[in-house]
Design a protein around this ligand. Sequence first.
Ligand SMILES: Nc1ncnc2c1ncn2[C@@H]1O[C@H](COP(=O)(O)OP(=O)(O)OP(=O)(O)O)[C@@H](O)[C@H]1O
Ligand SMILES: [Mg+2]
Length: 506
Amino acid sequence: MSSKILSAAVVGLDAEIVEVEADTGGGELGIIAIVGLPDLAVSESKERVRSAIKNSSLFLPRVKVTINLAPADLKKYGPSYDLPIAVSLMLAAGSFSLLGNPEEMLFIGELALSGDLRAVNGTLPIAVKAREQGIKTIYVPEGNAPEAKLVKDIEVIPVKNLKQLVRHLNGKEIIAPAPYADFNFSNTKILSDMSHIRGQEHVKRAMEISAAGAHNMLMSGPPGSGKTLIARTMPSILPDLTLEEALETTKIYSVAGELPRDTALMTSRPFRSPHHTASGAALVGGGAWPRPGEISLAHRGVLFLDEFGEFPRQILENLRQPLEDGIINVSRAAGNLTFPAKFILVAAMNPCPCGYLGDNEKICTCSPHQTANYKKKISGPILDRIDLHVEVPRVKFEKLSSEAGGENSAAIKSRIQKARAVQKERFKGTALIANSEMSSEAVKRFCQVDGDSMMLLRNAVNQMHLSARSYFRVLKLARTIADLAGEEKISTPHIAESLQYRARTE
Ligand SMILES: Nc1ncnc2c1ncn2[C@@H]1O[C@H](COP(=O)(O)OP(=O)(O)OP(=O)(O)O)[C@@H](O)[C@H]1O
Ligand SMILES: [Mg+2]
């Protein structure tokens, strides 16, 4: 006898339907053969399936069973085929009869030897694909049900173990479908508040602009001046995620296996801070089974690179494409994959190896050669992609010891939320979300400036030797500064402030 049921494979951030066929008869007793480009975890599936069926007191046929995973040219990874293989096998063997149309059902899940189901990665993209294909019901491990349920118009059946599923499928015990849950988008895990930072008003201002328009920022200053502290406070002012953004980030976390098990949806903006010893693949993504890297995990959030100068130059150069296009191409044996990577880069570094170059109290002990070498690590093209260059000097003792803190995060965040709302209105009907994402065409359309501002810009471009990219970036940043001020038109003060943050080229 033969049977056919549906499952799915994750490819990049999307899923593709996989047919799991089982055929009994011929050959040695009790043998299970899996064909259709399985990896090791899939091949080992037969051992788990065999034990799970036996330990669930279900009937295992004493015949040879061949399992085919189609399409054959799509490589199958991971243990999520255990459940569909078990179901298909038992159907082919006539262990139970299934009520309903198998073409309207999809199965995923890893089996423990006991027959219990374990959660798997990539449930959200699989649920999205299932709905597109007109599948009505998906059967997933209980732990994945809330994530699958983010796709509204599909029935999600949370399954505890194989035995329960079989009883459900043959109509003996009905499992209740997972309910749809509403979500509250606010950054919940806030550790510190902006008001705890003494002084550094101009740095906080730059951070506000960065969060409001999703602009990249580089802080440079002597040791202990508060760069790391300020960057780590940024989540407290980041705008709340929208549902669309939350679904985008959740998909990435789901595929990367980084979605915490008790979370269905990412409700806080990501804040990733990989160490400078992280590998290239960990940072940008890749591997034999391509996974999104830190820059994609930071999508719609912040990628904080502390000790920026310590990152290997080659790794920083890999950031050039994502910083420009908001995506990363990861190559793999079977072709190229693209992951989204629209993040705010926040970087911090010392101005030289000893850290005191330009400090007005301590003398820098580096030779000009050492300093030049240190600066060379960060290439011009990378610096050109950073809109906000800010110096973080040491705070004077009087300020540090004073009681008065600055504005708190809630007040700053409310201005940022307003500026984001203005951007949302502006970019209605386009794929843009924040000012920093504008193409040069969009800049021409949305960043009109008056004659005086144009003159200021022209002089600056000539005197500061700004690149064409810098010119557009100055305008985008000025747009955000005007949005924060609640002004529709970009005027001279906005351009002047924007220019202040440009990198000085010696
Ligand atoms: N402006 C400030 N307000 C309050 N505390 C501060 C400030 N600046 C520094 N500190 C205190 O000093 C400590 C060191 O600051 P931080 O680690 O942020 O320095 P840094 O600039 O990152 O130095 P490094 O270049 O060595 O990495 C912080 O934990 C914080 O307690
Ligand atoms: Mg630091």
